[in-house]
Design a protein around this ligand. Structure first.
Ligand SMILES: [Zn+2]
Length: 490
């Protein structure tokens, strides 16, 4: 395992305009940013920085890299496949598309997403992976792909030891169950807890720290699909190895109902009763929570990963993000997978996180503003990573994960208010260069260590072979979709 932090060339970004934290705000400062060993080593007066490599920062806005704290790389080839579907529909369609993916497909999916994320200023992502139970062999191709491109990634090893009751067609009123007769092998077969623990430990041993960029987390698919024992043992692994732990939580209304039926309390209360609710958790969605849940999440400093685009696209609901922020819950932003968020844009997530409360009845006095959105996308994402180098801010000792925006870009010229413009105006067109762990991985439309055209060609071919596979699953997903539409009288 090589360690990028020991090999990065010393670099200075000279005479840039940077967002430097000061007294809880992010004022602009003209400065040189000195990078050494993958970290920010100094923020000095313009022209004072010395290093072997000089990056001209004139007319550039330097910002901390954005963190996408929830996505699924197998879905990166599935843009344009889920319009009009709800959670049940897209979950089964995803299964048809992704079940049985081989090593090459795993790497292609990750590469496609990393290319898209880097060029819009995302330097780190939590990849909740794969769509089925994770196996030890499936982690290597993914870890190598991220390290090869130079993107920081936490691979959250998706696992479940119970059935997916929340997408069980039998629970959908009016749906004819005969659609399930031709399912073939169900790819959502639970694994035993011991097997899941063994996969987590083997993957952490082999890949945590790979390339100085990859980290490993246990990734229970959703607590409603996991036994108490499994959740406790996954949390033990995270605590013993100082890792994060990542999950989906209360994305849909039925998940809340199932938790009440099973535990007689909310899912958040159940996690707390198990003694495992703490800062290591990052929880995607967290839409269907009550005030007591929000209080618990704030007390325990568990990170909520808000995915506004995905929640809206499948009609899952609007997470009470204004109330969570007001209560002190650490909130990060995610895109979710590319079938429920075809943009993979954290710039867009920042904007939607501010817009949705304003059209869903939150009083104007409680509207979060641009500084809160940028904070979610940077320091909130850093909290979701839970361990490793400090992310999300340009300050001495933090990881040198930086984005240089062109101050002549349409969204930033003239620069009236950098945070408002990064949130509401910029969508990535202004990104000129991206540095991760002190290495420039993207500059002026080109990637340093991956052939983007070849990756796109490979993705096209991959899609053809995907569609020729899993025919029974596709038939099932289509029949289920038609049955749901029939039941809904559409
Ligand atoms: Zn997700």
């Amino acid at each position: 395992m090589d360690d990028r932090s020991g090999t990065a060339a010393d670099t200075v970004i000279r005479r840039c305009t940077a967002l430097i934290p000061q007294d809880g705000a992010l004022p602009l400062r003209d400065c040189d940013i000195v990078v050494r060993g993958g970290l920010i080593a100094g923020i000095v007066a313009p022209g004072d920085g010395e290093a072997a490599t000089v990056i001209e920062g004139k007319n550039r806005l330097a910002a901390p890299g954005l963190v996408n704290a929830h996505t699924h790389s197998p879905l990166n080839v599935l843009r344009g496949t889920a319009d009009g579907m709800d959670h049940v529909g897209f979950m089964w369609t995803n299964q048809a598309d992704t079940a049985g993916s081989g090593e090459e497909e795993i790497a292609i999916g990750a590469t496609l997403g990393a290319l898209d994320m880097l060029r819009s200023g995302i330097t780190a992502a939590i990849d909740h992976y794969p769509e089925q139970n994770c196996t030890a062999e499936a982690v290597g191709p993914l870890a190598r792909a991220y390290a090869g491109i130079g993107m920081r990634a936490a691979i959250a090893l998706r696992a479940f030891d119970m059935e997916y009751d929340d997408i069980d067609p039998a629970r959908i009123e009016g749906v004819d169950l005969s659609v399930a007769d031709d399912l073939g092998d169900n790819p959502l077969e639970p694994l035993g807890v011991d097997e899941i623990v063994a996969v987590c430990e083997a993957a952490a041993d082999a890949w945590h720290g790979h390339g100085g960029l990859v980290s490993i987390m246990p990734g229970p698919s959703n607590p409603i699909r996991c036994s108490d024992e499994m959740l406790v043992r996954c949390h033990e692994i995270a605590a013993a190895r100082d890792l994060g732990i990542h999950t989906h939580l209360l994305e849909t209304r039925i998940q809340r109902t199932l938790a009440q039926e099973r535990y007689g309390r909310t899912m958040v209360a159940q996690l707390d009763a198990l003694g495992i609710l703490d800062r290591r958790w990052s929880m995607a969605h967290t839409v269907w929570v009550d005030e007591d849940d929000i209080g618990l999440l704030a007390d325990r400093k568990s990170v909520v990963v808000h995915n506004p685009h995905s929640n809206a696209k499948i009609g899952a609901g609007v997470a009470p993000v204004a109330r969570m922020l007001a209560a002190g819950v650490p909130v990060a932003l995610g895109t979710d997978g590319a079938s429920t968020n075809d943009t993979l844009s954290i710039h867009e997530a920042m904007s939607l996180a501010l817009l949705l409360p304003r059209v869903s009845g939150v009083p104007r006095s409680d509207w979060p503003g641009a500084p809160a959105a940028f904070d979610m996308a940077t320091r909130g994402g850093a909290a979701a990573f839970a361990s490793g180098p400090r992310l999300g801010a340009i300050e001495v000792g933090a990881a040198a994960d930086l984005v240089l925006y062109d101050l002549d870009a349409p969204g930033l010229a003239p620069l009236n208010d950098p945070l408002q413009q990064l949130v509401f105006a910029e969508r990535g067109r202004g990104v000129r260069a991206v540095m991760v762990a002190g290495e420039t991985v993207y500059e002026d439309g080109r990637f340093a260590s991956v052939d983007a055209d070849a990756a796109i060609r490979a993705a096209r071919e991959m899609r053809k072979s995907q569609k020729a596979r899993n025919r029974a699953l596709y038939r099932f997903a289509e029949a289920l979709e038609a049955a749901q539409e029939g039941a809904a009288g559409r």
